[in-house]
Design a protein around this ligand. Sequence first.
Ligand code: GRF
Length: 240
Amino acid sequence: MPPLDLGVLISGRGSNLQAILDAIADGRLDARVRLVLSNRPGVEGLARAERAGVPTRVIAHRDFADRDSFDAAVVDALREAGATWVVLAGFMRLLTTTFLDAFPHRVVNIHPSLLPSFPGVDAQQQALDHGVRITGCTVHLVDAGTDTGPILAQAAVPVLDGDDHDTLAARILVQEHALLVRALSWIAEGRLQVTPPAAPGGRARAAIAGVDTALGLAGVDTARGLAQGGRAPEQVGEGA
Ligand code: GRF
């Protein structure tokens, strides 16, 4: 299969973008980043892309009268750059059907919770406020809802005593980086299967052929919690 031609949309720090760039550089992901596009100027993710020699664009949403015209400009930029898959890596804008119809079932998002729990902004604080004991991250295809699209893969992360927003977010982020790269590599291998809704208004489903995409309690301290059952949790990624 040819490498995935990625357009990566960011709004800030770009650590998930960095995970993609690193995975490509060391051969774990068969892809090319054709464009990194930010809706905000001057963000750290743009500098990361420049350091990797990847083309960048800034298209500021504030310069557009409405969401559709912003989305149309982003679609044009991605197409011009040769991107055929889109990754939302900390991109803080909702996409319209103008965008989604241009890349059908080809827009991938990383979200820092086990969806459908805690969609939208600050999923880590939502998890803390709710008092859940296990949260995590989800890679899913994007549809017109907020974090509602077909789920590709999830990794679980425990909420530990004494966690605050920053400690929990940092632990989830390690798993985001690993999960996003894994999901993209499964797509690059041609394993993604999307099943349309069985009935109008139903849910599309996504599956990765031949792979168990539930990554359990990654990063948990093996001396604690569910790991005491005697089975070592699957470790995901370098930091796990
Ligand atoms: C990540 O937690 C991601 O899941 C969420 O926004 C954050 C972006 O972080 N959508 P970064 O810009 O990739 O470092």
